[in-house]
Design a protein around this ligand. Structure first.
Ligand code: GLY
Length: 283
């Protein structure tokens, strides 16, 4: 493993987010039927954007909501950014494919090297992509296939890419995420623990793990920011009391609990709602 691949892990300067269309309530894809309060979802999303922009000082690019794309707030699925390369994905759900257009334009505007997944046999959702700072794990799920993972490996040649079967939940990151350099946050369900075991077996690196009782709470956002240090955006005690207690024990992190009760009803987790990038020089 090349030294220094972890340097800068979690450093971000910009976030791309998108508004919530009213159509989210009735038309967004979902695995369970639940009534969504759009006004509440928008309040949650405003708090999320406030944390990124005001609390953490990131430059936030806000794309407008599009009523014809009910899932468009879940921008993470449309692009994978690492360094100055952005892979525009080919989302697994056909109804979501057009979401990539506005993302592509925004990332070009930010002067990233944009690579497109044009192979029509490939599918990949960013929610299936876990970047650890050393390597990528790609979940093979209902939304992401082997060809999608191969194209991601071509786009990010500096890093190893391993695939992990996702047998339950929507995406790989529906039950895991990074909580710090070398620290994987993982849910405690059997499928989540099994997936972690596979990731550990496939890696040369020994990751630490932080297990939380609720799979959905394992989706959090780690950053390492100047003047802030380690930052973790995570679930609230109202949503997942037992998992929140686990995060509250992290003494080295600036902790930012964020409510996600409405978006989770349509399978949206915290990472789903932004694409984070680190632009070294403003240009
Ligand atoms: N509602 C998020 C998705 O199913 O893609």
């Amino acid at each position: 493993m090349a030294a220094g691949l972890m340097a800068g892990f979690g450093h971000y300067t910009h976030a791309v987010v998108r508004g919530i269309p009213t159509s989210l309530a009735s038309e967004a894809l979902r695995s369970i039927q639940a009534e969504v309060d759009v006004a509440k979802a928008r309040r949650e999303h405003d708090a999320y954007i406030h944390a990124l922009r005001t609390t953490l000082g990131l430059q936030v690019v806000e794309l407008p909501a599009d009523e014809t794309m009910p899932d468009c707030v879940f921008v993470e699925d449309a692009a994978v950014v690492c360094g100055d390369t952005a892979l525009i994905t080919r989302p697994g759900a056909e109804s979501r494919r057009r979401e990539t257009e506005a993302m592509k334009a925004a990332l070009k505007e930010l002067n990233l090297n944009v690579v497109e997944m044009t192979d029509e046999s490939a599918t990949l959702d960013g929610g299936d992509v876990l970047f650890t700072g050393r390597e990528f794990f790609v979940g093979l799920s209902k939304r992401t296939n082997q060809r999608g993972a191969e194209i991601l490996a071509d786009a990010f040649k500096d890093y190893a890419v391993s695939t992990v079967p996702v047998v339950e939940g929507l995406h790989l990151k529906s039950f895991c995420s990074m909580g710090g350099p070398g620290l994987i946050v993982i849910g405690s369900s059997e499928p989540a623990q099994k997936a972690l075991k596979i990731m550990q077996q496939m890696s040369d690196h020994r990751y630490d793990k932080l297990t939380v009782p609720d799979d959905l709470a394992a989706n959090c956002i780690y950053m390492n920011l100047p003047n802030k240090g380690h930052v973790l955006l995570h679930c609230t005690p109202e949503e997942f009391p037992e998992s929140a207690k686990v995060f509250e024990k992290l003494k080295d992190h600036m902790l930012i609990p964020l409510s996600n009760m409405e978006k989770v009803k349509v399978d949206g987790a915290l990472t789903c709602c932004s694409v984070l990038l680190n632009k070294k020089v403003d240009n």
